[in-house]
Design a protein around this ligand. Sequence first.
Ligand code: ADP
Ligand code: MG
Length: 626
Amino acid sequence: MSQKVETREFQTEIKQLLDIVINSLYTEKDIFLRELISNAADATEKLRYLTLSGDEVADKELPLEIEIETDAEAHTLTISDNGIGMTREDLIANLGTIAHSGSKEFISQLAQTSRESKESSVGETALSLIGQFGVGFYSAFMVAEKVTLTTRSYRTEDESYTWTSDGSGSYTLEKGEATGGRGTKIVLSLKPDAYKYAEPNNINEIIKQYSSFVSFPVKVNGEKANTVEAIWVKNPSEISDQEYEEFYKYLANAFDEPYYKLHFSSDAPLDIKALLFVPKENFESFGFSRMERGVNLFCKKVLIQEKSEAIVPEWARFIRGVIDSEELPLNISRETLQDSALVTKLNRVVTGRFLKFLDEQAKNNPEKYREFWEKFGSFLKEGAATDVLHKDALVKLLRFESNMTKDKELISLEQYVERMQEEQKGIYYVSGYNRESIESGPYLEIFKDKGIEVLYVYETIDDYVLNSLPEFQGKKIVAAEQDSEDLPEGVEQKESEEEIPQDEVDGLLTWFKETLGNRVTEVRVSKRLVESPAVVLSSFGTNSMVRMMQLMNKDQGGTPPGILEINSRHPVMKGIYDLQKNNDPFAAAAAEQVLENAQIAAGLLVDPRGMVNRLNNILERAVSHK
Ligand code: ADP
Ligand code: MG
């Protein structure tokens, strides 16, 4: 036993994590058991897979089960599995470092929350997510003052190793006996305030709550404590709501119930059993890092791939669930899954079915769908913009506010088309920062005037999606801010006393163009304005896209030229006309200001430096003229 004991430092992020786990979390401690059982089950699942695909494994005869032993006298809790175990290199890589950048981000977020709030309830909610960030193992230190882990890899020639730590910055590694059985055994020496975890009743309770669906027997002091059931292959009528909920919690490491549930099976075109869930919250929107895919792929109840990237599209990464298909060959290599035509087909069928489900939900319970949309709509938009295969179905699920929706009401493109006016040429939308800015801007005037519905969009991705859709149900989709033949025109004009003589208007337009030079591509009379003196129309993208381009090439400066449409009946125009007739140089300043006002109303970036001087001149004149 005179083996060399080696002491190694934890990576900085792990030290930070351990500090939080040990010092600032007092509730929700039960989850440590869920994490350790889930690791044991993962390791066992991997071993089962290796055996099935014909690999040579040590100790073939060992049963695939997880054993938990409690010792109330010694105050220890021991969790053992006969899974794949770890080599020395595995130990160092898996239980000493964090490679995943998302997990590092999670830890620094957690560190910040726990610094900010002494009552760490926020941190605790966050901690219940620990398993989703690939650092679940460390939750053991919530209850243990010392963790002793002994492990031996499934590879026949490997020896066993013992890893120990008290969670304070370092761990030790020591070579064990060569005869130790395959798998991993973790002994937790409990902290005094965690002695209750050496009581079998408490352990059974926690297993019932979090781990009842582990796909291997979990035994507590020799007695089976879970049900071991692949509920997704059962008939939905045999499954209670509570079972679904428990399964979801187990599957998604969640602490709340799912928002939507879809359980279906089909024989044609493919044999599929699927159980999919939509969570209640969108953690990406809380600023956590990008979610990982959350659907596991099974064949006849054997896990083929966890969090499979092949089985659902990237935009669908918020879905949690299980897909089982008998058609998958058991020995399909995980690497070739991505390229398998069968998997692609499965992906298409399941995603299509899920989208149809959402569409039904939206029709049957719009209120509930609206809440879903508010949280997860960004994923569907991402899909509509990137997933060619499912674009049509995704577009049907998009929701918008419009000049005709009230309160929190949202409409779909289908509803829009249903209530379009007969002579209306297209589906119109206008973008802006929010409802107020759109409604006070110039683009809406013609639509208000004519009682035409126009969709409001607030995010560049909306623009992007709508822009990429030439039409919907045969109706063109038209941005109100872009130059287009298909915009409504011909507002009702009030007779105004002080109008620019009709035959002078052309001259005024020419003067405008000369004055503004290459800051505009064209100046013309608007048929769309009521209240505003002028509006700019972009000829190569919606305003928010132009703004994005401006933000990207900051130094290039300048506002890209667009078409300036002027409202020739507006008093400002009459004023400019008079000034310009009298060769007053002030006319040019006013024209420039008209353009920049229109650009600002369009949400474009306008260099304020020249404007302030000009506005001061205009002000000076205005106040002295009263
Ligand atoms: P995650 O399980 O999300 O990867 P954990 O912090 O829970 O993150 O575990 C880290 C890694 O340690 C696992 O990915 C696995 O490689 C290894 N590991 C943990 N427990 C076991 C075990 N019982 N058997 C084999 N490997 C394990
Ligand atoms: Mg884990």
